[in-house]
Design a binder for this molecule. Sequence first.
Ligand code: SF4
Length: 362
Amino acid sequence: ILMSKVKNMEIRRHKTREVPIGNRKIGGDNPILIQSMTNTDTRDVQATVRQIKDLEAAGCDIVRVAVPDMEAARAIANIKKQISIPLVADIHFNYELALEAVKGGVDKLRINPGNIGDKEKVRLVVEAAREADISIRIGVNAGSLEKELLEKYGRPTPEAMVESAEKHIAYLEELNFNNIVVSMKASDVRFTIDACTLFSQKYDYPVHLGITEAGVLRTSAVKSGIGIGYMLLSGIGDTIRVSITGNPVDEIYVARDILKSIGLYQSGEGMVEVVSCPTCGRTEIDLIGIAEEMNRRLVHVKKDLKVAVMGCVVNGPGEGKEADIGIAGGKGKGVLFKKGEIFKTVAEDEIIDALMEEIERM
Ligand code: SF4
């Protein structure tokens, strides 16, 4: 049982087996790991490493790169040397790319064994993965289900997705390989929830959660927040990926916010949560500008603090009393408060610096 910081809520986490991923582990009682995928050309090692470092700085635990050809597979070794978070190679069909990625030191393969074609080729990939002590993620997507399953079920259904996962799992289990992670993704939130729930009732393999093709930042934040959040609160999920059409670094921020908002953010490094009021007719300072700037400055501060940015002194300190520190705006000025108690008044243009100074001291 993992205690959530959400009041009175216990999350009974579905018990999964632990699988290795570089210097981390997925599943069991391990923290829910945040992952993302680069959108650079993997063959461009420099650009890919640069993006991975940005992702890492934002709080990414695991990063995946697409491996569409042999040149990309060969780039893995070079990328791996320059980064410190676990690396996953995303491969479709081609077992030789998988073998090359393993040789390059990758920490996990995302490949569906049933799509490799020939059992001997699957065996070669599995033996390489076993030898290197790495995991394999089976990724089932509603949009790319096997023809025979679509014929059997008439359309993509959660049951068809579980059956697809079963088929791929059987390939690995036959070879006595159990370092398996499974994802069941659809762009429909309820569909994804049903598929993951059904899967978790049958298996104890760790689950990689995500809503696929979730759209641009705003749409994805909502869909992922509901889908991933709901599953995590139900105890399902060991690693999460928020999928956004845009900068992958935003995927990390949204993922962190999802975990933080339900009390499941377990990074040892801490994270500042900024709460801010929606503003109203009582607001007499540029609160939106201040809130945006505080979010920007605090995103890399690794402290477990709640910071409130409130529009007025009438309601601000009271409503922000759960916060460790905060400001409430007045006419051309702001008051600073800790746990709802006012301790300082500053001019509007000094609010951000004064707040940052206090936070640095905390
Ligand atoms: Fe309005 Fe004050 Fe509430 Fe902000 S804190 S919404 S300014 S009443």
